[in-house]
Design a protein around this ligand. Structure first.
Ligand code: HEM
Length: 266
């Protein structure tokens, strides 16, 4: 199962151009959903207006090399490791899910566009990466869903309470789970049975929900968060600090109360 390209087997019954068309439609849905989100929320306009305003209080003009250095550090440290989530389980779960998803998507695209013609031979590395990516997404995502979500961890809501904000994580998990189940049932060679087709249909539906739901879900955070991290670090470096006051020089004294319980009532 781990070394079989599931899209190649699919291309024996569905023309590969249709499978490739599906991917192109999904990418277009992400672009359209994000653009509508940007227009509706005006978040990017606010972001640039705010950055322009903050620039007026900059104490230092950054040169190109300084800007490149700040951006590189931000990409390597803040974005690639999602440092915003601090040290601990939340960050580990996110990093697992994020890299798992990236592996899953890249290997899907490579297998679909390069290895679905009848005379092609898929190098083992791509299906292996696809399966590992899906497994990593499931580990990180289910860990987050069952144990780390703020509503469950801090607000004592049961894990099965679903709200609109869960659309992204649930659709992502559905894609990875049904993708794995589809590949597994395919590997059983169930020629005249229906199992693998059911999981294929569920896999298609979850992709439609994930990529078609960008406007309503948290999908676009993967574009906004890196932009915001870069802007924050540039504002730190040029002294404008987004018009926020510098941290106090006094030691952090919060009294003993803060030690009584981990802060978790948001
Ligand atoms: C392929 C890329 C990514 C994937 C698949 C992904 C996935 C996720 C998921 C599933 C969640 C939980 C959503 C929820 O609250 O229901 C999440 C939350 C979050 N993500 Fe991402 N993410 C990606 C990229 C990024 C990047 C690049 C950053 C930051 C630079 C980032 C920062 C965050 C933060 C701060 C949260 C909130 C976490 C929490 O509430 O515990 N993500 N992400």
């Amino acid at each position: 199962m781990m070394t079989v390209n599931p899209f190649f087997l699919l291309s024996e019954s569905v023309p590969s151009v249709l499978i490739q068309g599906f991917v192109i439609v999904m990418v277009s849905l992400v672009i359209i959903g994000t653009l509508i989100d940007i227009i509706h929320k005006k978040n990017v306009k606010y972001f640039f207006d705010n950055a322009k305003k903050a620039k007026l209080s900059a104490t230092k003009e950054l040169g190109t090399s300084e800007k490149i250095s700040v951006i590189t550090k931000t990409v390597i440290h803040d974005i690639a490791t999602t440092s915003e989530l601090g040290a601990g389980k939340r960050r580990l779960a996110h990093v697992l899910g994020m890299y798992g998803t990236i592996l899953f998507w890249i290997s899907s695209a490579v297998m679909i566009f390069c290895y679905t013609s009848l005379d092609s031979v898929t190098p083992n590395v791509w299906p292996i990466l696809w399966h590992i990516g899906a497994i990593m997404t499931c580990i990180g995502g289910y860990w987050f869903w069952f144990f780390l979500r703020v509503d469950v961890l801090s607000e004592a809501h049961p894990w099965y309470r679903i709200i609109k904000a869960d659309l992204f994580v649930l659709a992502l998990l559905a894609c990875a789970t049904f993708g794995l189940a589809w590949s597994f049932t395919q590997s059983l060679n169930l020629v005249d049975r229906w199992d693998d087709k059911v999981f294929l249909i569920l896999y298609i539906i979850s992709n439609l929900v994930l990529f078609g739901g960008v406007y309503w879900s948290k999908f676009a955070h993967m574009f906004y968060k890196p932009g915001a991290a870069i802007q924050k670090n540039l504002a730190e470096a040029d002294g404008s600090r987004d018009n926020l006051p510098p941290p106090a020089e006094a030691p952090e004294e919060f009294g003993l109360g803060i030690k009584r319980e981990e802060p978790k009532h948001y």
